[in-house]
Design a protein around this ligand. Structure first.
Ligand code: AHR
Length: 524
């Protein structure tokens, strides 16, 4: 990203490349300016953009969500931590993806139902080679989703499973009538089906899910999807195809071309903000150079979403198939002394920047991006919660998710944005990102992120389209240093505070966004 003035036409995703290219010929911008169209919003920002991901990986499930029914030290409901349930409920989490990730394509769901002492103990081959005792299985997960008030998103085993295994899982969780699997479910204590809509057909089929070529996976997908429901998909399953690894545009091209769209609810995409796979750098003691590189990777999401969407538009101009970014987030070296296979990392203001910027990108592309899952919920990668035995802390990423929940199912307000640069050495990135929406009560929310490590940004916001606003209020998430984070000793180090640097005069709003901060404003 080499432009000095970055112009984003947020609503018109298909024009992004053109706008971006055009922007690079403009002169250095001395101001940050956002124009927001407040009249006749059309596109809903699906709440499912704010989804989460829970894999049998490290301490995400065991010790994170689940501490076991016999635990006497940590308060729980059927083995699920009460503190976690309460914290996640505050986020209104709309969906939760499970059981993987790479683990999903090794997972045989029948291992995880029935009497717990009879369940087989298997090896978690992807994540540390530890023993998986299957004590957390289908009932545990789906009952937990009910407790959380969230929709389950089940990732099915395609890589090492069978069509029959998947159809039986579907029958087990979704069928209310008489069948071998529904009878078994009832025997195992659950009378009524859970009615799960969201189903992933494998995970990373290009890699840990089977090392397939896209043509091969497209055929496999067609086969699995055929038997996942009746011919007309009368039970309205939302089937999600395993999507591209980052910039593998050919993957998207082949799947959109070769899979009939009436068999396809969504097409996935995975992108992690990682500096280099062989040298990821620390989660906490990072330099500004490492921070800048992470921000560059996070900004790549804009280009990825735009270019995958353009390919999808070619085959699906009516945008029936959703782009589902079901893995995203920052990925660093594990915390010193922890199991390298557990992917446990701390979470700083850098992660807050990734979260705020990425969610702005998703909001602005809400016409195509209708579901996403941050990786992962607890104790793994860019977690919103960290636990240590009976202690639990909320990360800066949690707070961004909480501040942004106002956008869930609100109507997107299209905006254009001119931003100054955040420069580091000879390189530069757009400093400011933003998105805006109006909720059912008529309240407008604007989320602003300034990734600049040193400079505050003065942003002038032009609200046009006839809506008049009388008041503005807001909250900010920031800290003294970029590397600041919450710890088990100081859990409240970073938390949202009231924000008073937004001034409304007539139709114009002026905001001073501090360095490395996230601001969410409410206008009425
Ligand atoms: O989220 C960790 C891993 O990253 C997932 O298991 C896999 O899908 C991806 O490569």
């Amino acid at each position: 990203m080499s432009s000095s003035l970055h112009t984003f036409t947020a609503r018109l995703a298909c024009l992004f490349v053109a706008c971006f290219a055009a922007a690079s010929v403009f002169a250095q911008s001395t101001t940050n300016k956002i124009s927001i169209q407040t009249s006749s919003p059309q596109t809903i920002i699906s709440k499912h953009i704010y989804g989460h991901f829970a894999e049998h990986l490290g301490r995400c499930i065991y010790g994170g969500f689940y501490v076991g029914e016999s635990n006497t030290k940590i308060p729980h409901v059927k083995g699920v931590r009460k503190d976690v349930i309460e914290a996640l409920k505050q986020l209104n989490i709309p969906n939760l993806r499970w059981p993987g990730g790479c683990f999903a394509d090794t997972y045989h769901w029948k291992d995880g139902v029935g009497a717990k002492d009879k369940r087989p103990k298997i090896v978690n081959v992807w994540w540390g080679g530890v023993t998986e005792d299957n004590s957390f299985g289908t009932h545990d997960f789906l009952d937990m989703c009910e407790l959380l008030g969230t929709e389950p998103y089940l990732a099915a085993n395609v890589g090492s499973g069978t069509v029959q295994e998947l159809t039986e899982w579907l029958q087990y969780v979704n069928f209310g009538g008489v069948s071998p699997m529904s009878a078994w479910r009832k025997e195992n204590g659950r009378e009524t089906p859970w009615k799960v809509s969201y189903w992933g057909v494998g995970n990373e089929a290009w890699g840990c899910g089977g090392n397939m070529k896209p043509e091969h996976y497209a055929n496999i997908y067609r086969q699995y999807a055929t038997f996942m429901t009746d011919w007309s998909n009368s039970n309205k399953l939302f089937r999600i195809a395993s999507g591209a690894n980052g910039a593998d545009y050919n993957w998207t091209e082949v799947l959109m071309r070769d899979i009939p769209h009436n068999m396809l609810g969504g097409l996935a995409l995975h992108h992690y903000s990682v500096i280099e796979w062989n040298s990821k750098g620390p989660a906490v003691g990072f330099s500004e150079e490492q921070y800048f590189k992470t921000m560059k990777q996070a900004w790549r999401m804009e280009e990825l979403v735009q270019r995958h969407s353009t390919i999808m538009d070619k085959y699906d101009p009516a945008k029936r198939v959703a782009l589902v970014v079901d893995e995203w987030g920052g990925w660093y070296d594990v915390e010193p002394g922890t199991n390298p296979g557990f992917l446990y990392q701390q979470n700083t203001m850098r992660d807050a920047m990734i979260a705020g910027m990425t969610l702005n990108i998703f909001n602005n592309h809400a016409d195509r991006v209708r579901m996403a899952n941050l990786a992962q919920t607890i104790n793994v990668l860019q977690a919103v919660i960290l636990t240590d035995e009976e202690k639990m802390i909320l990360t800066p990423t949690y707070h961004v998710m909480e501040m942004y929940k106002v956008h869930q199912d609100a109507k997107l307000l299209p905006l254009t944005l001119q931003t100054k640069d955040y420069t580091f050495g000879n390189d530069k990135l757009p400093a400011v990102s933003a998105s805006a929406s109006v909720d059912v009560q008529g309240r407008t929310h604007i989320s602003l992120v300034n990734i600049d490590a040193k400079n505050a940004q003065e942003v002038s916001v032009d609200l046009f389209g006839g809506t008049t606003y009388k008041t503005v209020s807001g909250r900010v998430l920031t800290a003294k240093a970029l590397t600041d984070h919450n710890t088990f000793d100081k859990p409240g180090n970073i938390k949202p505070a009231a924000f008073n640097d937004a001034k409304l005069k007539g139709g114009a709003l002026n905001v001073t966004v501090p360095p490395f901060s996230v601001v969410v404003l409410e206008l009425k």
